[in-house]
Design a protein around this ligand. Structure first.
Ligand SMILES: [Zn+2]
Length: 509
């Protein structure tokens, strides 16, 4: 990559000129804006949420309710819709850190960089920091760990997203008023992760042991010494009330990667949903000087990496329920509120159509899945540990019937001989393969870095529903943004992701 860069210098220079040009695609509307300044700003970001993720959710809801092919999400009811490009400075297909930086600062940066210029030396001011300077109260909410790339780009400045510990120190240094959702990944220092640290969304990474190399001052204690109160129980969360300030509220039950459990796996009455964290944010942040709240639906991306359509759709629905809370607030303050619903990039190359299902769409079949790929992978891992060489394919078939409906003719989910063969091959792989799947492995195309049996079950159900996948990674499809309220008109059109915070900065100037 690096010596490539040298050879490509003249081309890069031209590209940079293009970038500069594109990123000011709509300066006239922005510069000539004469409207009001929004007092309350909601900035929702669906991580990995392209047009097809939100449309799949609408098609699914339409199918299970049966009244029309599409049931519109709250986010798509907004009067203003725009699209933007997402590329990073050093890669056409962006990542969450570079895309988050663009959406938080108005500057393009390099892959993995958290709100610093592409050189990884120069910090870039974020819209959340500017809002704080303008006396807005600031909230940062996410369904994944609160030090993960997207939320981090709003308060941290670090050369790479993997510096979770330093990011968590930046968190309490920010002085923002409300952090909520998932926990912190490495509160005792990044040294606790061994060099082969597993990717948090890889099934084989689940439960990987941590090797504590060097303990640092716990970043939660540091946050407390800086005046934050940390709440991590249901009771404590419920008791948070208007006037409580400098709060870090994390989910009572954290799943893999210190994230909220998937919406499909959440237990009513035991877990706190993204909508509840958002509603609490409104309660705590509402004040005469206004607020800025960023809310990330972070696991749309994770489930899309795993090609798990039912879980993706439920994550989009969870985000839309959080949007509904903002919309209810907007209805009370329509002349003072702006709501944006954006995304950072598309993940998985999700398509509402698949070669094997031709023109058939049967999105309703996805309702028979009752567990996320993560939950199902754990069951397979447990089974493998218990049964060892006694593992039987008939048991595995029972498990996909129970959790995906696969093989249940009464649900319209009969398995063909070919599908049974696919499941059998994958099951044998799951029971015998112990390494993490690498991109160069011949099986990567089939299973990505996930448990082979689980990802195969997800694929078969997706295909039966008429959903196709092209990747276990991100794609470069332009991303939709929706806007309602004060200044929404600035978000019309086709522009670059860096224009989103530039518009916001203009609005609160
Ligand atoms: Zn992302």
């Amino acid at each position: 990559m690096l010596h490539y860069t040298n050879k490509l210098k003249p081309i890069l220079a031209i590209l940079l000129v293009c970038v500069a040009f594109v990123s000011t695609a709509q300066p006239s509307e922005r510069e000539n804006y004469k409207g009001k300044t929004p007092k309350y700003i909601f900035y929702f970001i669906g991580d990995g949420m392209g047009l097809s993720q939100s449309n799949a959710a609408e098609a699914y809801l339409g199918a299970i309710e049966g009244n029309s092919p599409i049931k519109q999400l709250n986010m798509n009811s907004f009067p203003t819709q725009g699209f933007y490009t997402t590329y990073a400075t050093d890669r056409f297909i962006t990542g969450s850190a570079a895309a988050g930086t663009a959406l938080a600062t108005g500057h393009k940066t390099s892959i993995s960089t958290i709100s610093m210029a592409a050189d990884r030396l120069t910090p870039l001011k974020t819209i959340a920091e500017i809002a704080k300077e303008k006396n807005y109260k600031v909230g940062i909410v996410s369904s994944v760990s609160i030090d993960h790339a997207t939320p981090a780009t709003f308060y941290a400045h670090q050369p790479t997203r993997n510096m979770y510990y330093k990011i968590s120190l930046d968190l309490s240094k920010s002085g923002f008023n409300y952090f909520a959702g998932g926990g912190l990944k490495h509160p005792e220092g990044d040294g606790e992760v061994n060099v082969n640290a597993k990717n948090s969304m890889s099934n084989f990474g689940m439960g990987s042991e941590k090797e504590i190399l060097k303990k640092e001052p716990n970043s939660i204690s540091v946050a407390k010494s800086r005046g934050y109160r940390v709440v991590n129980t249901l009771e404590g969360f419920k008791n948070l009330k208007k006037g409580d300030d400098k709060i870090i509220a994390t989910a009572p039950n954290l799943s893999g990667g210190s994230a909220l459990p998937y919406f499909i796996d959440q237990q009513n009455g035991a877990d706190i949903s993204l909508a509840e964290f958002t509603q609490k944010g409104i309660e705590l942040l509402d004040n005469p000087k206004g607020f800025f709240m960023m809310v990330e639906g972070g696991k749309i991306d994770w489930a899309s990496h795993a090609n798990d359509a039912a879980t993706v759709i439920k994550e989009v629905i969870q985000l839309d329920m959080a949007v509904e809370k903002a919309l209810n607030f907007y209805k009370k303050h329509p002349k003072e509120t702006l709501i944006l619903v954006a995304g950072d990039h598309e993940t998985g190359g999700l398509a509402l159509g698949f070669a094997g299902s031709h023109y058939v769409s049967a999105f309703g079949l996805l309702q028979h899945q009752n567990i996320s790929y993560e939950g199902f992978s754990s069951k397979i891992a447990e089974y493998k540990k218990e049964q060892k060489e006694n593992a039987k394919f008939s048991d595995a078939l029972e498990m996909v019937k129970t959790h995906f409906g696969l093989g249940d003719a009464s649900k319209g989910l009969e398995l063909s001989a070919f599908e049974i063969e696919q499941l059998k091959t994958a099951f044998e792989k799951s029971m015998t393969y112990n390494k993490e799947m690498k991109k160069e492995d011949q099986f990567y195309l089939l299973y990505g870095s996930y448990d082979p049996f689980t990802v195969t079950a997800c694929h078969i159900l997706s295909h039966k529903a008429g959903i196709g996948w092209t990747s276990y990674s991100h794609t470069a499809a332009p991303i939709p943004i929706r806007a309602i309220g004060v200044g929404a008109e600035l978000f019309n059109g086709f522009y670059d992701n860096t224009d989103v915070p530039k518009n916001l900065m203009k609005l609160i100037e």
